[in-house]
Write a protein that binds this ligand. Sequence first.
Ligand code: NAP
Length: 494
Amino acid sequence: MADAPTPAHRALEVIIVGAGFGGLAAAIELRRRGFEHVRILEAAPELGGTWFHNDYPGAACDVASHLYSFSYAQRRDWSRLCSPQGEILRYVREVAHDFGVDGLVETGTEVTSCAWDDQGHRWSVATADGRTLRADALVLATGQLHQPSFPRIRGAEAFTGHTFHSARWDHDYDLRGKRVAVIGTGASAVQFVPAIAEQVRRLVVFQRTGNWFMPRRNRPYPRVLKEIIRRVPGVQAFRRRFFFNYCESVTALIRHPATLGRIGQARSALFMRSQLSDPEVRRKAWPDFTFGCKRVLFSSSFLPALQRDNVDLVTDAVAGMAADGVVTSDGTLHEVDCVIYATGFKTNDFMFPMQITGADGRSLREDWAQGAHAHLGITVPGYPSMFVMYGPNTNTSGGSIILYLEAQARYLAQALATVRDRGAAAIDVRPEVEAAADRALQARFPGTAWTRCDSWYRDADAGGRIVANWPGYMREYLAATERLDPDEYELIAR
Ligand code: NAP
């Protein structure tokens, strides 16, 4: 087999940064192709990535687990359509164990910088505890959604109550009987607001922008269905195919806002009307942008929670904080004991603040000053044998990121197998190839719903360029990454 290591080729060493789904997928694929020297550096005390950090009440995936799972590690015992966080974290741990990559993870190891050595043809990886590790190849698997984002709010330091971010939930803080503010109404808030609304004395939800909603009850599977999935051959695979096609149809709604998108919007509006009986809350919660521009939210419990007697939806802008609460632009002080930031992530930062230095001392931060870009979201010219998992333009609004991660893992393993088999030192994507692919990719956005509002998919510092999302269907990304084209790359000789 061409991929098997031979004594003539020095065994390549690979460092993966991040032990979430992406980093683990990369490690599994590299081991599968015979790369033995792989280590995974993880800043957190445990593997799991986003599913380790985001353990807020009600946390769950909103892609069906049959699809939000590796193709090579399918389960027939999911408890419900969209698994809760604990079940997904357990799955990640089990997969890492079953595929023998859990032992490669060095937890509590924060990477501060990675620099390419032009002479030695290797990466130097510096850690926060003062070590420098070296490797032939670097996989950055920190994802797009790992650094909690806090808005700059005037007087925030004056607030004397408790604060935390949804992605770092403070389980030691007892919310029962408290007056709580939630800032933000994205996918995270939508999951935990209904879960905490029953416990707290008063909940004030600060919304900057309303959202489009679709139903999602996500009740535990009835026993009979669980048994059918478990026992009847083909049912699991059929469900996976079904959800794949369902997700592709969501992308179609987003890609064609003037036609198909209107059907999605009408469906969502009907659902929202049925949920929002209070006209005042309905008026406030109603979105004012094209369906699919921001992430469509799947919840059947958030809008009803907003209509509870102990919950207030506030749409006046957050203007500042005082010692005992949040002040809105109309001058009202909303007195609270605790502020929960559900304000998302520094999505445009990708692996930063890690410092990445490529060939000839170039800086990735500077190269990405006009917005992040990478060939197929994976390789960046001038950064030899560096691979990004869940990199620029590989987020999906409709599909399962796990499929993208699997594709990226296969692709980078092919690239490194090419390096190994040809006895090269490293592989670098040709700048003109990356630039042309990027132009073609960006040219697919005009006319889609993604361009019709501001969202975290865009980089405001780069003229609003969409840096997060893949512009097309999952099947297109899978096809584009299936076979690495060696002509698109330059091999760097030893
Ligand atoms: P998000 O979608 O970025 O939402 C952040 C929220 O905070 C938005 O409502 C935003 O308002 C608001 N916000 C930000 N700055 C603000 C400010 N200064 N004042 C008032 N409001 C402010 O973050 P997220 O909810 O954590 O979700 C991030 C992504 O993670 C999702 O899009 C999804 O991809 C993923 N996720 C998935 C799941 C799931 O599968 N179920 C669950 C959670 C998260 P604007 O809308 O006006 O910007």
